[in-house]
Structures are given as structure tokens and as C-alpha cells.
Design a protein around this ligand. Structure first.
Ligand code: SF4
Length: 360
């Protein structure tokens, strides 16, 4: 029997078992107290690649600062990024901001209640559209994320490694089949909740699992082998020469163009370095021939999702009066320490400032 056929067979039983369990055991999360589509949307964007505990703090602050789609659309991107500082994956914040502006322009500041319309907005993929449509609008819209994929893999003994095309399309077919029925939003959330708290990657808590009597992998003793591990993506090495220029309490910071890694964020001016390239030369090209580049202070290493980041910090002397911002930046200026926490900045750059400033 195929996994899709198995899903058809166990649908009724699994749906009622899991929804009952969700009613009793779901975690009390602030965005579960609202049906406001905007609040649901922000939570779903934040939850991608970020731990729930962290999101709870950020979501509450973000909604207090930008309580409506319109307030987010009207905000400066720099303010949005500053509220996102520490959450990482800043393209999510940039897309959220752009999408809010489109919602205002095209949909009278109300998120549209159809998957097709949601998919036209920046940052909306199948997952986010399915989450908002089902949770906020109670539409029978499927979704698959890492937690749901793991639950389906085990519950329905679905073979194939993450990323495998056949497996992906079977997962969506199963999600589509199972979401039809009462409470589609709660159904999707209960699946994700099961994957996050019971059917976890290592040592799942099968004894406590509400759907164990229907679980194929448990019956056949294959829980530990499903799903098979993801093939590790090749990691990229990213290296930058970073200028630490300071005058008393002031530090020279620049804001990146609004695209690519760290787009729109503030940072110490930085020049990309090819392996083995000379940091002095790269910083002179970035800052101009009159900049005086000192010897390397330290190298900061950070692990990002698919990249290893190396920041080579150099003390730099530049004139007080700044000309045009360097290539790749929208603006630059001398920033006092009291103002720095309000600027959108990556965690890596915050560490670079903590390490480099004061020693220059
Ligand atoms: S019985 Fe175990 S493997 Fe099966 S769905 Fe429940 S937690 Fe996952």
C-alpha cells in the first residue's frame, strides 16, 4: 500500500485522535490567542528557522510596535530590521515589510483570504500561504514543514530523503488529503505541534503519542530510520575585511543596500575577501586611499546556516567628514554608542563591535 493510500485509511481515526490531543496538550503561545490574520502571518514568518521560545519574545514586541498591516507598511525598513535584530534571516523581515506594502496597495490593508492571492505576495511560499489560510481563515489549505514531513514519514512509512522530489510531492498530496474536514487550522497546527513536542527528530516519545495505534513505522520497527538524514549542503566560506573606525564614543557604521545577505542592515564597513586576498588592499579600495589601515585586531568566526563567516577586524583611521558611502552601502555615518541598539544589525556584527570597538 502506498503512503497516500495509508493516509486515506487512517484519516478519520488520526484526525480525531490528534485534534483531541491538541485541545488538551497544545502549548499556550501568544499568537494562538488571536485569529487576526496579520498576527498569524507574523508568527509564521518568525517561526521559520527560529525556536518557539525566541519567537514568543520577538512576536510580542513586534506586534506592540507594528500592531497592524498598515503600521508595518508605513514604517521605515530600518525600523523593521531593528525590531528583527537577533532573529536572523533578514530577508524574511524585508519580505514582510514589502508584502505589507502590497497588502495595503492591492488589498485595502487586509490580508486576502485565498491561497492563490496570498501566493502573489513577497515571501509567501506554499507553506506560509497554507498556514495563514488555514489558521486565520479556516480554509482547507495544506501545509508541509519539517515537523509535518517527519510525522508523515513515520506515521505513513513514507520513504525517501528530505529534498527528494517524489517524496516532496507525496507529502503535499497527503497534506491536502488530510486537511479536508473540520478545523483545518487546528489540524495543521496539531501536526506541527506533534512534530515539535512528541514526534521529535531523536528519541520520539512514541509511548505518549496520540496516534501511535495508527503509526506504520512504530508497527514495523522503523521509527529510528525514518525519515533518512538530509544530505548535508556544501558549506560556503565567506570572508570580510572589516573596518573599525572610532572617534571617542562615535563608531563609523554603514547601511547595506537592501538586497542579499545582511541587506538593509547596519554594520562596520566591510569588504569581501577572496581566499588569501590582502585585507589592507580591500579596505583601501572600499574606504579610499586616504584611509589608514592598521594591523589585524582579531578574526571572528560565525556559523550561518550554509556558510562559515570570517570577519577580519582592522582598526582604521578615516577623516571626520565622510564623502559618498562606499560601494554596496546606502549611507554611512558616525554613530554614538547610545544609538547603536536601535539600529538593525546582525548578531555577527554586534559581536564584531563588542570585540573591536574600544580596542582600536
Ligand atoms: S508513534 Fe512515534 S513515530 Fe509514530 S507518529 Fe507517534 S511519535 Fe511519531
Amino acid at each position: 500500500m502506498s503512503s497516500v493510500d495509508r493516509a486515506r485509511t487512517v484519516k478519520r481515526e488520526v484526525r480525531s485522535q490528534l485534534l483531541r490531543w491538541f485541545d488538551q496538550h497544545q502549548r499556550a503561545l501568544p499568537w494562538r490567542q488571536t485569529k487576526d490574520p496579520y498576527g498569524v502571518w507574523v508568527s509564521e514568518v518568525m517561526l521559520q528557522q527560529t525556536q518557539v521560545d525566541r519567537v514568543v519574545r520577538y512576536w510580542t514586541k513586534f506586534l506592540a510596535r507594528f500592531p497592524t498591516v498598515r503600521s508595518l507598511a508605513d514604517a521605515e525598513l530600518a525600523d523593521v530590521l531593528s525590531m528583527w535584530t537577533g532573529l536572523g534571516y533578514y530577508s524574511r523581515a524585508r519580505n514582510l515589510h514589502r508584502a505589507a506594502q502590497e497588502v495595503v496597495a492591492k488589498f485595502e490593508a487586509e490580508l486576502p483570504d485565498s491561497v492563490d492571492a496570498l501566493l502573489t505576495l513577497p515571501g509567501f511560499g506554499r507553506y506560509t500561504a497554507g498556514a495563514v489560510a488555514s489558521i486565520a481563515f479556516e480554509l482547507e489549505a495544506p501545509l508541509v514543514d519539517g515537523n509535518v514531513a517527519r510525522v508523515f514519514s513515520r506515521l505513513l512509512e513514507l520513504d525517501g530523503a528530505p529534498g527528494d522530489r517524489k517524496r516532496e510531492s507525496a507529502l503535499w498530496e497527503i497534506a491536502e488529503l488530510l486537511v479536508t474536514g473540520p478545523r483545518p487550522g487546528d489540524w495543521n497546527q496539531s501536526l506541527m505541534e506533534l512534530g515539535a513536542t512528541v514526534c521529535v527528530p531523536q528519541n520520539p516519545l512514541c509511548l505518549l503519542c496520540p496516534v501511535r495505534t495508527s503509526c506504520s513505522a512504530l508497527a514495523s520497527g522503523r521509527v529510528d530510520e525514518l525519515p533518512p538524514p538530509k544530505k548535508a549542503a556544501k558549506r560556503k566560506r565567506l570572508e570580510f575585511a572589516v573596518a573599525v573606525a572610532q572617534r571617542g564614543d562615535l563608531v563609523l557604521l554603514a547601511r547595506r543596500e537592501e538586497k542579499g545577505l545582511f541587506g538593509g542592515l547596519w554594520e562596520l564597513p566591510a569588504a569581501p575577501l577572496d581566499p588569501g586576498a590582502d585585507a589592507d588592499a580591500a579596505l583601501t579600495t572600499l574606504l579610499g586611499a586616504r584611509a589608514v589601515i592598521g594591523p589585524e585586531l582579531t578574526v571572528l568566526e560565525r556559523t550561518l546556516t550554509h556558510r562559515d563567516l570570517f570577519l577580519r577586524l582592522h582598526p582604521v583611521k578615516v577623516g571626520v567628514k565622510l564623502g559618498k558611502p562606499p560601494a554596496g552601502y546606502l549611507e554611512w555615518r558616525w554613530v554614538p554608542s547610545a544609538e547603536r541598539p536601535s539600529l538593525g544589525m546582525s548578531s555577527a556584527m554586534q559581536s564584531a563591535i563588542a570585540e573591536g570597538v574600544g580596542e582600536g
